[in-house]
Design a binder for this molecule. Structure first.
Ligand code: UDX
Length: 448
């Protein structure tokens, strides 16, 4: 099938490459000509495992092309996906400017029947707005062809976007139009093993809300576990054991129960804010989600609190090694990253930082800028040298199994680890003479 994807971000690009791999003819457009030029020249605008190779093979096979030409993009696809970003401000008001601009362009340029599919995360009612904009443009030029609008939210995660695209838990189709449902069912057929279970067809508004509800639920699980981590610390229990104890219950499930430095990234916090804002405008206060956001805000300061307490309230003159800056492993994305909160607090307290991240350092440097109180290190080991403590902020694979004896030797005595992702076994670190703090690990000696 001929498909146009508007938006070459994480979602748009991963989706485009997977559709091309599945045999569709894909044209991917973006309003940023530099991004398109880069992609045309084989340069990836972001770090996502497996994506570069997939894009390259799609391009080589002639199944995936890029364009900055709006008209060409509108003319190509019988399915036209809107996958542009929808930023939300601090109050949770969502900016739909980019979505509406694409809808208007399609209305101006598309000369044949088509299905427009809203994939960007956008408030309930956005598809209806897109339909109105399209309808307005078509009416203005007296066009008689049909352009339908469906909703198809995306649930892929950064860091495993390609895998999530190829093997989705479910595909939500928001449409009550049999023609649109048929097109989307055909499009997704290569990714679906069990249509009964994986293809969920519903009305557009429910599909729009399902996306927000999914991210709000995930955020809720994380904040819940971060609160339980506090309880575990006070109670002398270990949140990792508690996690296993509850995750084995099929009603709860094992995923998204990891206590840590708080959730970051481009979606969870933004979507919680947007949903809360939309509900408030409709006269309903979302008390649970307000608490979820407040807990997460506090949690981002948790590692610093542990450090501050350990160092007797004074971090001035201390040097802290920071492993991991990205908001999660396998990405270079720094949006809403908990590491940024830690860095700011450390600097405000007069500490210096030696930072290392396998992928996110260029983006982190772009945000933080050049300053004397951070040293950008080229290896994890280099970051340790002469530091008073190690803070682990991102769960990169390469941080998971350090040689504790060597690590203890690199850090100033007495060596200390603040493990914001609970990667390590407290007893193992302590047997190498390292003072160990995790999140919610009340059984480790330091928190008792
Ligand atoms: C999320 C949703 O998972 C995805 O379905 C949606 O399409 C986009 O938003 P993403 O932001 O890429 O994806 O990452 P995700 O894996 O969900 O992690 C979000 C944040 O939660 C990260 O900061 C991560 O470190 C944190 N997290 C995740 C935890 O703290 N504990 C967990 O158990 C899981």
């Amino acid at each position: 099938m001929k498909v146009t994807i508007f938006g070459a971000g994480y979602v748009g690009l991963s989706f485009a490459a997977c559709l091309a791999e599945a045999g569709h003819e894909v044209l991917c457009a973006d309003a940023d000509p530099a991004r398109i030029e880069g992609l045309q020249g084989g340069r990836m605008p972001l770090h996502e495992p497996g994506l570069e190779a997939l894009v390259a093979s799609g391009v080589a096979a002639g199944a995936l092309r890029f364009t900055a030409d709006e008209r060409a993009a509108c003319e190509h696809g019988e399915l036209l996906f809107i996958v542009v970003n929808t930023p939300a401000d601090a109050q949770g008001r969502v900016d739909l400017r980019h979505v509406i601009a694409v809808a208007a362009a399609i209305g101006r340029h598309r000369d044949r029947d088509a299905l427009v599919v809203c994939k960007s995360t956008a408030p309930v009612g956005t598809a209806a707005q897109v339909e109105a904009v399209l309808g307005g443009e078509l009416a203005q030029r007296g066009a008689r062809h049909r352009i339908a609008v469906a909703v198809n939210p995306e649930f892929l995660r950064e860091g495993s976007a390609v895998r999530d695209c190829r093997r989705p838990d479910r595909v939500v189709i928001g449409s009550e139009d049999p023609w649109a449902i048929g097109l989307l069912t055909r499009l997704y057929a290569p990714f679906i093993q069990d249509p009964q279970r994986q293809l969920l067809v519903m009305d557009r508004r429910s599909a729009e809300l399902a996306k927000y509800a999914a991210n709000a639920m995930l955020a809720t699980r994380i904040s819940f576990m971060n609160e339980m981590a506090r309880v575990a610390e006070q109670a002398g229990a270990d949140i990792e054991a508690v996690r296993r104890g509850i995750g084995a219950d099929r009603r709860i499930g094992p995923d998204f129960l990891q206590a840590g430095v708080g959730y970051g990234g481009s979606c969870l916090a933004k979507d919680v804010r947007a949903l809360t804002h939309a509900a408030e405008r409709a006269g309903h206060a979302l008390r649970i989600l307000s608490a979820v956001a407040a807990t997460n805000h506090e949690q981002k300061g948790r590692l610093f609190e542990l450090m501050s307490r350990h160092f007797g309230g004074t971090l001035a003159g201390r040097t802290i090694a920071v492993w991991g800056l990205a908001f999660k492993a396998d990405t270079d994305d720094m949006r809403d990253a908990p590491s940024l909160v830690l860095l700011e607090r450390l600097w405000a307290a007069g500490a210096r930082v030696r930072a290392y991240d396998p992928a996110a350092m260029p983006n982190a440097r772009g945000i933080v800028g050049e300053r004397d109180d951070i040293r950008w290190c080229t290896t994890a080991q280099e970051a340790l040298q002469g530091a008073d403590a190690l803070a682990v902020v991102t769960e990169w694979e390469e941080f998971r199994r350090p040689d504790f004896a060597q690590l203890a030797g690199e850090l100033n005595a007495p060596p200390t680890i603040f493990d914001g992702r609970n990667l390590y076994d407290a007893a193992q670190a302590e047997s190498a003479g390292i003072a160990y703090y995790g999140i919610g690990r009340g059984r480790s000696s330091m928190l008792r």
